[in-house]
Design a protein around this ligand. Structure first.
Ligand code: SAM
Ligand code: SF4
Length: 323
């Protein structure tokens, strides 16, 4: 079992399989995304990642999420899914995706053992989707969601709520998610140095105020390690809000993150990490285990995200660590 020095059991690994993405969402990366190419030779192969995954699974990790960048732009991602699933078929194996390639990939991902999908959907309006992602994406994403529903995935829809952009769609997005039997999770925009500087996010209370105009809502108990607060409408629909500006989820954090180039990162909002790349490439698994221990030891009690509006904002890019 992996336990950090604050007694938190770490049983969740998030793997960013690539930094590359076919979108350039304004809240995630600048228009000029060239710097995000870390070079093919620096990316861990699926075999290298899988050898590390096995170490983690053998030490008590029970949940793995594949993310990015956009995980579906990495070639043959389903092979990696299958490698992990074959090793531990009862694993909670999930993916976060922008949904663009799901129409083609949902079936093969399901067959390979992927169980759950978080799909990003900020708007139901074509022009706004184009504005946010800097690309004409909506119809393909909606087709992807339909395909994922058809394949029987457990689905959550993630919406970053932005003032003056999609804040008039909060109710429509909930209705849409409900019609797909999916849970919607509104995400507060997290300021970071890679996002467009003119964006402003809505906070949890603003989102609840808007929803309360149509629904009667109560907060319900969330699962212990989830970063989102959970709510229920009076007719039984459950939805979440991820509110990092107020909510302190560090006390129950159970995660480590692995970047595509092998950096093992103890915390989303913490600059330090340690690379497992050389250890995996040389087959030195004792060294990899030691790095895992070191990173666990370095996991901070609280994140270093500047979330009170003063001082420096985070320079950690979401497309590197997977959000
Ligand atoms: N490309 C995939 C996608 O968009 O779902 C996976 C990676 S993306 C970095 C993971 C999640 O982070 C997405 O749901 C996205 O909306 C969210 N995200 C990215 N930048 C964010 C920001 N500045 N504030 C809040 N959420 C953000
Ligand atoms: Fe790509 Fe996801 Fe970032 Fe959008 S949020 S640019 S889809 S990595």
């Amino acid at each position: 079992m992996l336990v950090d020095k604050f007694g938190r059991v770490i049983d969740y690994l998030r793997i960013s399989v690539t930094q590359l993405c076919n979108f350039k969402c304004r809240y995630c990366m600048p228009e000029d995304g060239e710097f995000n190419n870390i070079g093919r030779s620096n990316i861990l192969s699926y075999e290298e990642m899988f050898d590390f995954v096995k170490i983690c699974l053998d030490n008590g990790v029970k949940k793995i999420r594949l993310t990015g960048g956009e995980p579906l732009v990495r070639r043959d991602i389903e092979k990696f899914v299958k490698m992990i699933n074959d090793y531990k078929p009862d694993l909670d194996l999930a993916m976060t995706t922008n949904g663009y390639y799901l129409k083609q990939k949902a079936k093969v991902l399901r067959e390979s053992g992927l169980k759950r999908l978080n799909i990003s959907l900020d708007t139901l309006d074509e022009k706004k989707a184009n504005f946010i992602a800097r690309k004409d994406v909506l119809n393909q994403v909606l087709d992807g969601i339909n395909e994922a529903v058809k394949e029987g995935f457990g689905i959550k829809l993630n919406s970053v709520v932005l003032k003056g952009i999609n804040d008039n769609e909060i109710i429509d997005l909930l209705e849409f998610a409900r019609s797909k039997n999916a849970q919607i999770r509104y995400i507060e925009f997290m300021e970071n140095t890679h996002a467009s500087s003119d964006l402003k996010g809505l906070r949890k209370d603003d989102i609840l105020d808007i929803l309360s105009k149509k629904y009667s809502i109560k907060e319900i108990t969330k699962s212990p390690n989830s970063p989102s607060s959970l709510f229920e409408t009076s007719d039984g629909y459950k939805f979440g809000i991820i509110d990092p500006h107020k909510h302190d989820f560090c006390a129950s954090c159970n995660r480590l993150r692995l970047s595509a180039d092998g950096l093992l990162i103890p915390c989303l909002y913490y600059e330090d990490g340690k690379s497992i790349k050389e250890a995996m490439r040389s087959g030195d698994y004792d060294k990899a285990k030691q790095i895992l221990k070191d990173v666990l030891e370095a996991k901070p009690e609280k994140n270093k995200w500047e979330n009170d509006g003063k001082g420096e904002i985070s320079s950690r890019a979401f497309y590197q660590t997977g959000g």
